[in-house]
Unconditional design. Sequence first.
Length: 417
Amino acid sequence: MLGSNRPGGRAAGTKADPVTTPVLDLYGDEFRSRPHEVLASLREQGWWAQSPVGPAVLRHEPVQTLLGMRQLRTPGVDFLALQGITDGPLVETMRSFLLNADGEDHQRLRRLVSKAFTVRRVRDFRPVVRSCADELIAAMAGTDRADFVAAFAEPYSLRMLCAFVGIPEGDSAQVNGWAHDVGLIFGLSVAEHAGRIEAAVHSLNLFIDELIEARRRAPGPDLLSALILAEESGELLDDAELRAMVITMLSAGQGTVQFQLSQAVATFLAYPEQWRLLADRPDLAANAAEEVVRFCPSALLGVPRIAKSDVELHGTVFPAGTCLLPITGSANRDKAVFPRAGTFDIRREPTAQLTFGGGIHYCLGAALARVELQEALPRLAAGLRELSAAGEAEWLAPTEAVYGPVRLPVSYLAVQT
């Protein structure tokens, strides 16, 4: 954690009373061990709370409003500055990400990337996803217990992302290590991990530059080849933009799906009747994927925003420069929007969950993440019956860029499907 270097947020405007506004202690033991219970309690008290980062917005309607506001921007280097990092390689790396681009530059990059990252490309990738899930489940069937993270969630998410992007299979493990370390830049403990992040960025840059040259000589069916060829009005992505795009996808995509899957299984352990239902009703795959993303998102805190000008919301004024934290994981359990919001139910119809963000920064990889969940979850439920915990799980802190178990021992009865 950040210790004495915890970031500080600016107080809200004159409509707020800092004495009566509830406080979210992001770094406290209670939030670390029971984040959803803490958020639920605060959500009952009001629509926002003070936090060490800045105002934390808790309810669905104001979170959704903030995500669509053009007068807010993603924090980028400002978020690093809040953690005491104002220059150097980490700042340059953060500036390069699409998430942190703004205005016309963001629009140009998004248009070019969207030409490669298409719904059809994701749809055509489904058979590869399906085959990988079946292969890993078959390997798990050779025993009656496993660490779900090591046996399925991590290799599945890694292999799928690398195959989709165009990373050679023999390089995937090394790339995964680098991507994991780079992904730490999106969390609240960047100062603690600065050396690891810088080393990983350097190694990934060298690797990706070589890969770009190889794909220029011999394009393939992968996303990187499509990004290289993406063109609009004579414009192409330059090498720096290509490198930043690949690093963004690797650092944000693999860990997000890995921890989403491990959180899903941890949740099903608490709701065994839902696991049995999914095994018997694979037609509920899409509903199950949406409910998992709503109820137990790996991106619990969402992405902070910086106010470019004063922002007024529900009578409270947040001055320009305020770092706002729209907590999508809290909004997803707002009982004003979701009946029985605190209950996990895969029969729930697709809902207005906010895990993938909103507005101009809506997650580019949302369609791919959905496909990976839709293909994996019903196959796991059908192939691993009588799922139960086989030991104590180990979890990341909820203040990291992603949240979920890093170790999840399970036992099961393997069934050939």
